[in-house]
Design a protein around this ligand. Structure first.
Ligand SMILES: NC(=O)C1=CN([C@@H]2O[C@H](COP(=O)(O)OP(=O)(O)OC[C@H]3O[C@@H](n4cnc5c(N)ncnc54)[C@H](OP(=O)(O)O)[C@@H]3O)[C@@H](O)[C@H]2O)C=CC1
Ligand SMILES: O=C(CO)COP(=O)(O)O
Ligand SMILES: [Zn+2]
Length: 353
């Protein structure tokens, strides 16, 4: 008897383009959401977008509440849950980078409330995904969360954000190549659940982005358009898979460990990009695709070395040799890398000197 089943939850409305920030109230209306919104944001996005969106709600006769979080932690999720209860909110709107959107989607999951995603940076592929990513002591959780009912991505806002945020988003997408390699390996070796559609969409997204790298240039609003569409496509791949596997393999474990060893040294996307160069080398050796990944990152101004990440060689090696412990996710790192092998791989790929 066939007993398999799946439940794929995706946004109902995806609004992308110049000036669409002012459509948030209309999108809420179209979704028939009633009551008071709670805008979940972080310090810079608050001024950039959350306050203007709040002003639009006020102009429409709706009294919004705002909560500002500083970090992507379970404490921040608690803060938002308490704020939603104290302010009698009916739905949440995450306004910001990966941090604010992740916290909003996890809090809305807990509260059983709808949630909208309003990105202010094209820096990560959590914009539409149904996962949250949270550090917890020595480990890092990929948490099931509420996917957004709608996404409102204003390319004018995204294009005005610092350029490195956009290159970080590109690198988060380029890292899908190695994430899928790890996923296929884990299927072959450990029989983990695998989605051909999730994997194919993830790889295709990376390929389209790399093919359009010429259109990804600072000061061009078209860059925000190209990158945001890729980020959303990658998020859909995660939702199809019901896991972050299509977009997170060993290169993400490396980045998560860097977050512990050198907090806030570099952006998430930049770290996973450099991790992806090294894990591509581990998958394919000299003839593998690591040079293609490095060149793709280089072509969009993303870091390709420890120095460009603002890290010393020893921190990179420590992250590479210990990051397999971060979570129970089988990757090319297996049970961990030997220190000399890590040094050789990082040196051969030019990540360290
Ligand atoms: N759930 C998922 O599927 C995924 C989750 N993630 C998570 O997302 C996070 C990484 O996302 P990222 O966006 O890099 O992190 P942040 O949300 O921390 O944003 C990075 C920086 O950009 C700033 N910023 C955001 N928007 C603007 C703007 N318009 N103008 C100027 N500055 C701006 C933020 O300011 P400020 O500090 O003031 O907020 C912050 O300093 C990680 O926590 C990662 O784990 C990443 C990928 C997928
Ligand atoms: O960053 C992600 C995908 O780009 C997902 O994060 P996790 O590694 O926590 O699942
Ligand atoms: Zn990522």
């Amino acid at each position: 008897m066939f007993e398999k089943s799946t439940w794929i939850r995706l946004p109902r409305n995806v609004v992308v383009g110049h000036g669409v920030r002012s459509s948030v109230v209309e999108v809420v209306d179209e979704l028939h959401l009633q009551g008071r919104p709670l805008l979940v944001t972080s310090p810079t996005p608050r001024a950039v977008a959350a306050e203007p969106v709040a002003a639009d709600f006020e102009a429409a006769g709706i009294d919004p509440a705002i909560v500002t979080i500083e970090s992507a932690t379970f404490e921040s999720v608690e803060t938002v849950i308490e704020a939603a209860e104290a302010e009698a909110a009916s739905y949440l709107i995450g306004v910001g980078g990966g941090k604010a959107i992740d916290i909003a989607k996890m809090a809305s999951h807990h509260l059983d409330m709808g949630f909208l995603s309003v990105p202010t940076a094209a820096s990560h592929d959590g914009i539409v995904s149904n996962r949250g990513s949270v550090p917890d002591g020595d480990t890092r959780h990929s948490v099931a969360a509420e996917p957004p009912l709608a996404v409102v991505a204003d390319t004018e806002v995204l294009a005005e954000a610092p350029w490195e945020l956009t290159t970080a988003g590109c690198a988060d997408i380029i890292s899908n190549y190695t994430a899928v390699m790890d996923w296929r390996l884990a299927k072959r070796l450990k029989n983990v659940e695998f989605s051909e559609y999730g994997a194919a969409l993830s790889e295709m997204t990376a390929e389209i982005l790399v093919d359009n790298a010429d259109h990804v240039r600072p000061g061009l609003e078209e860059s925000a358009w190209v990158v945001t569409k890729a980020l959303m496509s990658s998020g859909v791949a995660m939702s199809i898979a019901g896991s972050s596997r299509p977009a997170s393999g060993a290169e993400h474990l490396f980045s998560h460990q860097l977050d512990r060893l050198a907090p806030e040294a570099a952006l998430h996307g930049h770290q996973v990009g450099v991790g992806s160069i090294m894990t591509a080398y581990l998958h394919g050796g000299e003839r593998g695709i690591w040079r293609d990944i490095r060149d793709a990152l280089d072509s969009i101004d993303a870091p390709t070395t420890a120095t460009e990440l603002g890290l010393d060689d020893e921190t990179v090696l420590e992250a590479l040799t210990t990051c397999h412990e971060i979570r129970d996710r089988y990757t090319i790192l297996g049970n961990g890398m030997d220190e000399r092998a890590a040094r050789e791989g990082a040196t051969k790929t030019g990540v360290i000197d």
